[in-house]
Design a protein. Structure first.
Length: 277
């Protein structure tokens, strides 16, 4: 069953919040021609975001309650700190069988059951920022009441902006957050570090940054298109006794990059657990 068919015959998709991630998902769905604007509605208190939706031909609800009333499937894309304020008005829609897909960081299924009721149908998802260019990856987990068909609809929604995976154990959402949710920042830091190192060796800062950006972006695309594992791609570019091999001796030493990433992801995982309460 396609998303277009499921939404067209079973109801409307509502976006509670139309920030970067919400707009990326909607534009991805429209761009792939799997969602008609007639089956979408958004609510966001910011006038400039409302204007963006109107330009796409999407209706704007005046209140969260109106949005929920018009929606059978609700994407919760508001900031985590504002979630407490909007959920009480949505409980009656949860009681009526609406499905909630949350992309709010740190908000657990237990949190939603506490605000929407134990029977609420909720999918918790952790996307990442490359979703803005439809190259993201999202991991999701569902509450017990979510049916297989509803999970499929969530899968199709999330695949509008990249890949989507599922976990049955919600505690895995913490290391997922540490690895893929926060991961883009690590890659951007790698670009900064490579460029800074190049500058110290005599390159202009502008040239060093251009080289670092293109190298990381191109390597990512090669990794995506190749059927070979990352380790083999690394071997392919490493000539014995060459310059790459010398650099990798440093990066792959016992005190090299792996223990740094071990500590970094452990710290992010701990913080994810703290934020989830």
């Amino acid at each position: 069953m396609s998303l277009h068919a499921s939404l067209g015959t079973q109801g409307t998709l509502g976006f509670l919040g139309y920030g970067n991630m919400g707009s990326a998902i909607l534009e991805g769905l429209l761009g792939r021609h799997v969602l008609n604007t007639a089956h979408a509605v958004i609510y966001d208190p910011q006038p400039e975001r409302q204007e963006l939706a109107v330009k796409l031909g999407v209706d704007v609800a005046e209140t969260p309650e109106e949005l929920a009333r018009r929606s059978d499937f609700l994407l919760l894309a508001v900031k985590p700190q504002t979630m407490d304020a909007v959920l009480p008005d949505l409980k009656r829609f949860a009681d009526a069988g609406a499905v909630f897909l949350s992309i709010a960081a740190g908000k657990t299924l237990k949190y939603f059951s506490g605000h929407l009721g134990a029977a609420a149908r909720v999918v918790r998802a952790m996307p990442n920022t490359p979703a803005a260019v439809r190259q993201g990856i999202t991991v999701a987990c569902a509450s017990q009441g979510v049916t297989a068909a509803q999970r499929m609809r969530c899968q199709e929604l999330l695949e509008a902006v990249g890949e989507a995976l599922w976990v049955e154990d919600e505690t895995l959402m913490d290391p997922v957050t540490a690895l893929s949710g926060s991961g883009p920042a690590y890659v951007f830091l790698l670009v900064e570090a490579m460029a800074a190192a190049g500058s110290k060796l005599g390159l202009t800062p502008e040239m060093a940054m251009q080289l670092a950006r293109a190298t990381v972006a191109g390597s990512g695309e090669l990794l995506k298109q190749s059927s070979e594992p990352a380790a083999q791609l690394r071997v392919n570019v490493t000539s014995p006794g060459g310059t790459t091999a010398e650099a990798l001796k440093v990066l792959m030493a016992d005190d090299g990059i792996q223990p740094v990433f071990d500590k970094a992801l452990a710290a992010a995982t701990r913080r994810s657990k703290e934020l989830a309460g």
